[in-house]
Design a protein around this ligand. Structure first.
Ligand code: 9L3
Ligand code: MG
Length: 143
């Protein structure tokens, strides 16, 4: 049997789902600057990570934001859409509300910023996150 670890996923193969949170507080959206891996370092994203086997997307989001930011969140609705990442990976985004804690860049990030709608273009988002952020902006109050 042949090992296929680096080739793109064929259509019949399951994709890895990466869940990210559009975390809102006080009419602003949380942006996180990646510190790793090097090719993504310095770029901004909606924080999150890979779904583990058997895990629901909502549970994965709660786990990832606890690990990465040290906060408890309540997932809300899924933001419509699905955005391709590297081959075999797709990004899906859920709205989330801060339940407790103040987000800190504990893992994989080195800076966090709460952005109002008019500030969304002030950071260098990862290319794949840009359409997701444009959708996420619809949950922000009008300026
Ligand atoms: N990724 C892209 N945009 C995002 C997130 C959370 C993740 N908003 C990409 C970066 C990695 C892959 O997905 O290539 C897995 O993410 P992580 O587990 O390193 O956060
Ligand atoms: Mg992550």
């Amino acid at each position: 049997m042949t090992e296929r670890t680096t080739e793109p996923a064929a259509p019949h193969e399951p994709v890895v789902v990466v869940v990210a949170g559009a975390l809102y507080d006080g009419g602003r959206l949380l942006a996180a600057r990646r510190s790793a891996p090097v090719e993504l370092a310095g770029r901004w994203e909606l924080p999150g990570g890979k779904l583990e086997p058997g895990e629901s997307p909502e549970a994965a989001l709660v786990r990832e934001l606890r690990e990465e930011l040290g906060v408890d969140v309540e997932p809300g609705e899924r933001i419509p859409g699905e955005w391709p990442l590297k081959p075999g990976y797709v990004l899906r985004v859920w709205t989330a509300r801060l339940l407790s804690g103040e987000p800190r860049p504990l893992e994989d990030h080195d800076e966090l910023r709460w952005l109002s709608r008019s500030e969304l273009d002030s950071v260098d988002w990862l290319d794949q996150d840009r359409p997701a952020v444009a959708e996420a902006a619809r949950w922000l109050p009008a300026p």
